[in-house]
Design a binder for this molecule. Structure first.
Ligand SMILES: Cc1cc2nc3c(=O)[nH]c(=O)nc-3n(C[C@H](O)[C@H](O)[C@H](O)COP(=O)(O)O)c2cc1C
Length: 333
């Protein structure tokens, strides 16, 4: 067992969180992760309000364990109304991506929900904690989906130094197994928030071709592109991302570029295996640089258990590297 401030705060067994991935983290995946002792999080950014309510009910029907819901703060829509539905739906955590959710922090706290913010920079993390967020996810540029420029290894310890004395910090971006969990703990994080690895599971929702492409891709076959939303998003490289790399003058800011990619039939996030008209050479398949490590679909609950068992083995092994010797016995100068 690995116990941290995160497992205590979330009231879960394992410090492994499923990222609230739009288009992917629906009730089957969320329930499987929570039921296995991790923390499942619905990716509601691509759901209608009605669908989000149904999905929360489906999670509750499948497990009594805690779960969260993730929304993108920058998306147009009624954030307060959405958060009220999340509260009624029985989630214990609200996760905000793309911006600090200042106006709903008090509302969540008044109903006993924790507020989590996704952060790509130290300054974001400071603002989130100043606004009352209960934990932050430090997401490095390696991550799939919307992402910044600072890599996980330098980002996590800097966020830990900035806010780790006030809230737990969770590491994200490029973490695909227990070695990543052990490394995150070594960097001072209290757990991990995992996206790409959980797409390659039978429970994940995915468009036609998505999981096959993930399993076939190497670590250098993702690209940060503004082709799909107008904001920087790490996706699998294809003819559509290449086109906009060659024609950057055609890129429009968010949300105009999102309208363009939808109009081009290049972005069907929120669809499923039955969605028609998906062309892998055009489609936006978000994926992180960890993609090259994916070999097969693995049930989500099994993944949670493997993360923990592998991390325990790594931590036990690395502890053995420490030996009493001249350096250890010398007083620090
Ligand atoms: C398919 C996909 C969709 C995502 N959608 C969202 C989202 O709607 N909201 C959000 O906060 N983060 C989103 N992300 C980012 C994840 O929350 C997470 O930070 C990221 O996947 C972690 O990096 P990894 O993919 O290397 O594990 C998405 C990521 C992927 C791969």
């Amino acid at each position: 067992m690995i116990k941290t401030r995160l497992t205590e705060l979330l009231r879960v067994e394992h410090p492994v969180m499923l990222a609230g991935m739009g288009g992917v983290s629906y009730h089957r995946l969320v329930a499987a992760v929570s039921e296995a002792g991790g923390f499942g999080c619905l990716g509601a950014s691509t759901m209608s309000p009605e669908q989000m309510v149904e999905e929360m009910a489906a999670v509750r029907a499948a497990t009594t364990k805690p779960f969260g819901v993730d929304l993108l703060t920058a998306m147009p829509g009624d954030l307060v109304g959405q958060v009220e539905r999340i509260i009624e739906g029985g989630a214990s955590v609200f996760v905000a991506g793309l911006g600090v959710p200042t106006k709903v922090v008090d509302l969540c706290h008044a109903h006993g929900l924790l507020v989590v913010n996704m952060c790509g920079k130290v300054e974001h993390a400071r603002r989130a904690v100043d606004a009352g967020c209960d934990l932050v996810v430090a997401q490095g540029t390696e991550a799939g989906g919307h992402t910044g420029t600072v890599a996980t290894f330098p980002l996590v310890p800097q966020v830990v130094d900035a806010v780790g004395d006030r809230v737990p910090v969770v590491a994200a971006g490029g973490i695909v197994d227990g070695r990543g969990l052990a490394a995150a703990l070594a960097l001072g994080a209290d757990g991990v928030w995992v996206g790409t690895r959980f797409i390659a599971t039978p429970e994940a929702r995915g468009l036609p071709g998505y999981k096959d492409r993930l399993l076939a891709s190497r670590e250098d076959q993702t690209v940060i592109s503004r082709a799909y939303s107008g904001k920087t998003m790490r996706v699998l490289r294809n003819a559509y991302t290449d086109y906009f790399e060659q024609h950057p003058d055609e890129l429009r800011p968010f949300p105009d570029q999102l309208r363009r990619s939808l109009g081009d039939q290049a972005f069907h996030l929120g669809g499923d295996e039955q969605t028609p008209g998906v062309d892998p050479e055009k489609e936006g398949y978000p994926a992180g640089q960890g993609v090259g490590a994916l070999r097969e679909l693995v049930p989500a609950g099994e993944l949670v258990r493997r993360f923990v068992a592998e991390a325990e083995a790594v931590l036990a092994k690395t502890a053995g590297f420490v030996q009493a010797g001249p350096l250890a016995s010398q007083p620090a100068s």
